[in-house]
Ligand binder design. Structure first.
Ligand SMILES: [Zn+2]
Length: 262
């Protein structure tokens, strides 16, 4: 959020005023744990996650694309190993509740698939060693993700965040104890398939999330997303599941509490 010019303190203060109970602040880069842990000190209800996402595989090395500026450098395997070391030290020092986001992104094709797998699988192994759950990002990489979860998912499971995958991925993740979390793209008119997937998630494995500053839900679509907008995602999910809003809020809050107490 910080690099989008958003002020996390006013956002969190507003959220808690609106009755927000708690959530997870997701890690983006190998070196962001010290700073985020400082910001989150006044908000014990927001749990810390830390990780190297697939974007830290560096700039795409074949063809053309425009990865986000900050990740646009090509990285060597030595660079990646050094960054994993920094992250490991930060995880030991700041003790995040989750390792995440980690995953595969074949939409932006950061680095190479080999580098993305190295980063992802290293952290899946750490999660098992440290007894932590993981937060998984998957974009257009369902086949490899199904395989990775089958081989390496940590015993604590975790969350498939911003779920936008196929039924096979959902089933594999559920079999391995994961929660399935939907974000603002659930509300996009053309995403009927995603709403169909929502109906297939067992109610005790369902989560909803903001993915702020991305994926602002309708009617805020196109604007920088802010966590309070998640209310629109709840409204869409309640309608899709034919549930009362209050019951849905209680369900998601209870699932979240179960997840964090695992
Ligand atoms: Zn993500």
């Amino acid at each position: 959020m910080l690099d989008k010019g958003m002020d996390p303190f006013s956002i969190y203060d507003e959220l808690f005023r609106e009755g927000f109970e708690g959530g997870i602040d997701i890690g983006c880069t190998h070196d962001d744990l010290p700073h985020r842990s400082e910001i989150l000190k006044p908000y014990p209800g927001i749990l810390l996650a830390g990780a190297m996402g697939p974007w830290e595989a560096g700039a795409r090395e074949t063809g053309h694309s425009e990865p986000e500026q900050e990740f646009s450098r090509i990285k060597s395997l030595d660079d990646i190993a050094a960054e994993l070391d920094v992250l490991k030290g930060n995880i030991q020092a700041f003790r995040p509740a989750f390792i995440g986001e980690i995953g595969l992104d074949y939409h932006w094709e950061y680095g190479t698939h080999e580098k993305q797998h190295l980063i992802f699988e290293t952290q899946l192994r750490w999660a098992e060693d440290l007894g932590l759950a993981v937060l998984i990002h998957d974009r257009d990489a369902d086949d490899d993700m199904v395989d990775a979860i089958r081989r390496l998912s940590p015993s604590k499971g975790g969350v498939i965040h911003c779920f936008d995958g196929c039924e096979r991925l959902m089933q594999q993740a559920l079999d391995r104890g994961f929660y399935i979390s939907f974000a603002g793209n659930l509300t996009y008119r053309s995403n009927t398939q995603l709403r169909d997937m929502l109906r297939k998630v067992p109610t005790d494995r369902l989560l909803l999330e903001t993915d702020s500053p991305y994926l602002a839900p309708v009617p805020m679509r196109g604007k920088p997303n802010c966590p309070a907008y998640v209310i629109h995602t709840y409204e869409c999910a309640a309608q899709t599941l034919e549930m009362e809003m209050e019951a849905l809020k209680e369900l998601v809050a209870s699932n979240f509490k179960t997840l964090i107490s695992k």
